[in-house]
Design a protein around this ligand. Structure first.
Ligand code: ADP
Length: 526
C-alpha cells in the first residue's frame, strides 16, 4: 500500500519540481568538491545525477489516462520539461551561485555537461516506456491466472539474475587495477568522490551490463518454460470455468474431464457431481411439473365439458317449468308453490352453470370476445329493469339505475357485459337486507365509462376484501346465511372485465354497504 502511494501518483508539474529539487540537492556535492576531484569523476557524477532524477520522475509521475494520443503527448511534454529542468535549470542555478566554472572543469566541458544532464529527459522517456509495459503486463496478469503464474516464475528468474550480476560485479571490480587514479588531497570530499568514481559508478555499470546480458540469455527460455508449466494448471481451471458458465446458462449436461489427483481434480469431481445432481433434480421437477400441468388441463377440460353438458338439460327443465307456471290451468293449485321454488332453483343453477362454463372455457382456450363500441347506459337500464321486479319480490330490495344522457359509447362485449352486470346486481340484492337499495350508476370519465353498483347492505370486512375476487371464495357471512352462491360470481366479473380491457375495483366497510366499480375504455379513447 505504501509503495502504491509513492509510485505514479503525482501530476507533471509536481514531478518536475520534485526532480529539480532532487537534482539541486545532488549536484551540490560534486560542485562543492569540484575544485579537487578529477575531471572524469565530475563528468560521471553529472551522468549519474541525470539518471537518478529521470528515475525519480518516471516513478512519481502518474500514468496519464485518456486516449492513446493524448497520453503520448503528455508523456512527451513531461520528457521535454525534464530535459529543460535538468539541462537548463540546474546549470543556470550553478552559474547564478558562482559555480559555473566547475562545469568547465569536468571532462565533458560546459556544453557536454549540459547535454548529459539534459539527456535525463531521454532516459525518462525510455523508463516511461518500461513503466507502460509494466502496467500493461500487470493488467494482463490480473485478468488471467496463466500470466500471474508466469509472472511469479519470472520474478524468481529476475531476482536470481540480479544476484548473479551483483556477485559478478563485485568479483570483476575486485580484480580491476586500472581504475581512475587517486586524488591529490585526502580530505573527506575526495575520499567520497574517490569511492564513487572508483567503486560505486563502475560497480553499478558492470552490474547493469551483466544483468542485461543475463536476462537476455535467461528470460526467453524461462518465459517459455513458465508458460508451459502454468498452462497445464490454468487449462484445467479454464475448462472448469467454461463448464460453470454453461451450467449457469442452462446447459445441465456440462461436465469437465477429471485430470490428476490434486485440489483442482477434486474441484472437477465435485463440480461434475453437483452438475449431475442438478440435472437429475431438475429433470424430476420438470416431470412433476408436466404431470401437474396435464392434471390441471384435464381438470379444466372436465369442468368445461361437464358444465357444457349440463346447460342443455337445465335449460330444457327451466323451459318446461316456466311454461307450466305460465299456464294457470295446467299445474294443480297445491303444487304451484313447489313448482315456483323449483323454477327459482333451476334458474339459479343455470346461472351457476353459465358462470362455471365461461370460466372453464376461458382457461381451456381463452375467451372469445366481441369487443365493440357499446351503449353501456342502455344495457344497464335494461338489465336493472329486468331484474328489479324479482329483487323486490324475493328480497324486498329496491333496484334502481341512474344513467346520464349523452353517454359516450365504450368498448365492451355486450353479452359478456350483461353477465358482469347480472353478477354484480345479484350480489348487491343478495347482500342487502330487506328494505335496502341497490343502484347501478353510470358515468363518463375522461377516457373511460364507469359503472358503479352500490348497495346499502352489510358491507365487506377488510380481511375479506383481498379475497373476494378469488374463485370459490365466499365471505364468512355468506357461507352461514346465504346458500345461493358458489363463490364464482366476482371471479368471473374480474376475468371478463379485464379480458375486455377494463378494470375492477371495490370499496366497502362493514355496515356501510359496498361499491363495486368497473371501468371500460371509452370508444373514442380506445
Ligand atoms: P357468491 O356471491 O356466490 O358467494 P361472489 O364471487 O359473487 O360469490 O362473491 C364472493 C364474496 O364476496 C361473497 O361470498 C360475499 O362474501 C362477498 N360479496 C360480494 N358482493 C358483495 C356485496 N355486494 N356486499 C357484501 N359482500 C359481498
Amino acid at each position: 500500500m505504501k509503495a502504491r502511494r509513492f509510485l505514479w501518483c503525482v501530476g507533471t508539474i509536481r514531478a518536475l519540481v520534485e526532480s529539480w529539487v532532487l537534482g539541486t540537492f545532488l549536484i551540490t556535492g560534486p560542485l562543492l568538491v569540484g575544485e579537487q576531484i578529477p575531471a572524469n569523476a565530475l563528468g560521471q557524477s553529472f551522468l549519474f545525477l541525470g539518471l537518478v532524477c529521470a528515475l525519480w520522475c518516471a516513478l512519481r509521475l502518474r500514468v496519464p489516462a485518456g486516449r492513446g494520443r493524448a497520453r503520448l503527448l503528455r508523456e512527451g511534454a513531461a520528457a521535454l520539461g525534464l530535459t529543460l529542468t535538468l539541462g537548463g535549470g540546474l546549470p543556470a542555478l550553478a552559474f547564478i551561485v558562482g559555480w559555473g566554472d566547475r562545469f568547465a572543469r569536468s571532462n565533458l566541458g560546459v556544453v557536454g555537461a549540459v547535454l548529459v544532464l539534459g539527456a535525463g529527459g531521454m532516459i525518462f522517456a525510455a523508463l516511461r516506456i518500461g513503466v507502460w509495459l509494466w502496467h500493461a503486463w500487470n493488467r494482463l496478469r490480473r485478468r488471467r491466472m496463466l500470466w500471474a503464474l508466469t509472472h511469479a516464475h519470472l520474478t524468481v528468474v529476475v531476482m536470481l539474475a540480479l544476484l548473479m550480476a551483483t556477485l559478478g560485479g563485485f568479483q570483476i571490480i575486485s580484480t580491476m587495477e586500472d581504475l581512475p587514479g587517486r586524488f591529490p588531497s585526502p580530505d573527506w570530499a575526495s575520499a567520497f568522490v574517490d569511492l564513487l568514481a572508483r567503486t560505486i559508478f563502475p560497480l553499478v555499470g558492470i552490474v547493469a551490463i551483466l544483468l542485461i546480458v543475463l536476462l537476455a540469455i535467461l528470460l526467453p527460455p524461462s518465459a517459455i518454460f513458465s508458460y508451459i508449466v502454468a498452462r497445464r494448471t490454468t487449462r484445467r481451471l479454464e475448462s472448469l470455468a467454461a463448464a460453470a458458465t454453461a451450467l449457469r446458462w442452462g446447459d445441465l449436461s456440462a461436465r469437465v474431464p477429471v485430470e490428476g489427483e490434486d485440489e483442482v481434480a477434486q474441484l472437477q469431481t465435485d463440480f461434475n457431481a453437483m452438475a449431475a445432481y442438478l440435472e437429475r433434480a431438475t429433470g424430476e421437477i420438470q416431470a412433476e411439473r408436466d404431470k401437474v400441468v396435464t392434471l390441471l388441463q384435464s381438470r379444466r377440460d372436465l369442468i368445461a365439458n361437464v358444465s357444457h353438458e349440463l346447460r342443455t338439460p337445465v335449460a330444457t327443465l327451466r323451459g318446461y317449468l316456466e311454461s307450466i307456471l305460465k299456464d294457470k290451468g295446467v299445474a294443480p293449485v297445491g303444487l304451484r308453490p313447489d313448482l315456483e321454488v323449483m323454477a327459482n332453483e333451476v334458474e339459479r343453477l343455470q346461472g351457476l352453470i353459465d358462470d362455471l362454463f365461461t370460466l372453464a372455457r376461458a382457461e381451456v382456450d381463452g375467451l372469445v370476445l366481441n369487443v365493440r363500441p357499446t351503449d353501456i347506459g342502455s344495457l344497464v337500464r335494461e338489465r336493472v329493469e329486468a331484474m328489479a321486479p324479482l329483487a323486490w319480490q324475493s328480497d324486498r330490495v329496491e333496484l334502481v339505475a341512474e344513467v346520464p344522457p349523452d353517454l359516450p359509447p365504450a368498448l365492451a362485449d355486450p353479452e359478456r357485459l350483461e353477465q358482469v352486470l347480472i353478477n354484480l346486481l345479484r350480489n348487491g340484492v343478495r347482500h342487502t337486507p330487506p328494505g335496502g337499495i341497490a343502484a347501478a350508476l353510470v358515468a363518463a370519465e375522461a377516457e373511460h365509462v364507469r359503472i358503479e353498483v352500490r348497495d346499502t347492505g352489510a358491507g365487506i370486512p377488510p380481511a375479506e376484501l383481498d379475497h373476494i375476487w378469488e374463485r370459490f371464495y365466499r365471505g364468512a357471512e355468506a357461507r352461514v346465511k346465504d346458500h345461493r352462491g358458489a363463490g364464482l360470481g366476482l371471479a368471473l366479473v374480474k376475468e371478463l372485465v379485464e379480458a375486455m380491457g377494463g378494470a375492477v375495483a371495490v370499496e366497502s366497510a362493514p355496515g356501510e354497504g359496498s361499491t363495486f366499480t368497473v371501468r371500460f375504455p371509452a370508444a373514442a379513447a380506445g
